[in-house]
Design a protein around this ligand. Sequence first.
Ligand code: ATP
Ligand code: MG
Length: 392
Amino acid sequence: MKEYILCKYGEIALKGLNKSSFESVLTKNIKRRLSGIGNFSVTRAQSTIYVEPLDDSCDMDEAVERLKKVFGIAKLTKALEVEKSMEAILCDSMDYLAEAFEGYSTFKVNAKRADKKFPFKSPEICAELGHKILEQFPGMRVDVHEPDVTVTVEIRERHAFINALKIDGAGGIPVGTGGRGLLLLSGGIDSPVAGYMIAKRGVVVQAVHFEAPPYTSERARLKVEKLVSEIAEYCGDVVFHCVPFTRIQECIRDKCPEELFTIIMRRLMFEIAQRIADKEDLACVITGESLGQVASQTMYAMVCTDAACRMPVLRPCIGMDKAEIVEISRKIGTFETSIEPYEDCCTVFTPKHPKTRPVLDDVVKAQDSFDFEPLIAEAVENTEVKVIKKFV
Ligand code: ATP
Ligand code: MG
């Protein structure tokens, strides 16, 4: 008798020929995420991944917490492996079910037989276990329509599995199956959410942050690194690039029209991001922009920034309200860090009246009046890179 964790896929189950490569990436991600909390074996069978503790050092509760953040898992559950006999199913499952029933009052039993040779049919298994539960747990009633807890008995090849604790997984598809991208990460609320959303669609995310010391502080940088480690719970280890942006900002301030400051700054951010993306073999840039949120996020402003970018710009928050973005940031645990009050380079030298309808030609002309190339090259050259891990 042994406790396992079963992970059920969501969308991967729908993949045809590619399914096994998705499964193998997911298995690898799970193994990586469990490192440091015990010796686990991770195997797959019948669209389920079995996480088996190999010794007493395994922290099963921490394993569940970590697996809840692995993309590609739709549901997970602790499950009990018992001997494949009716007797064992009835007797050995009671302690496990006592935990599952805590705080609940109704249940139903579901049985699935992968092994059709098992001498009891599904309805018999349900009836027998149902009776036993009613006997043992006087507080529980049967409700076949809307039970609080569904107890599932699966008769597999070698063992029977009993599970009752269905936990929602992170959904999405496994990180590493959808290419690689570069997240423009500020210290705000939106960009960590954007990174989470794109990683959820299978993309390996690296992050780039532009800082402007001494206008921005060391603590602002530490805050961003903290955000990176928070999204790393979902994304896996994140390569983090920190670009010194002060000289470029000062030059835009000194050489370009004030009302175009923000838009030119953003174009230069994209230019630098692309060079980093090229070096790191990343295929897109990702931002937390949301249409109409601020002057630099009008459609016209985006036309001007996109013109500076050869790569696709993914903006997963584009159609979301701030309240919806906040809701996700609370859910993934970045909100409290995002609202720490440190300055971002974007708030340095911001014009009082930024253009909400910039015209691309004017912007390009203004930008071309000064040769930014040496400064861009210098910023890329002096970018600091480090890998930020959530788990060792
Ligand atoms: P956020 O909440 O993500 O900071 P925001 O609503 O404050 O977004 P802006 O400051 O206009 O909006 O930034 C828009 C996007 O540009 C951000 O979501 C982020 O992707 C990128 N960005 C802004 N500032 C920086 C920065 N200092 N470093 C890297 N990317 C940045
Ligand atoms: Mg911001």
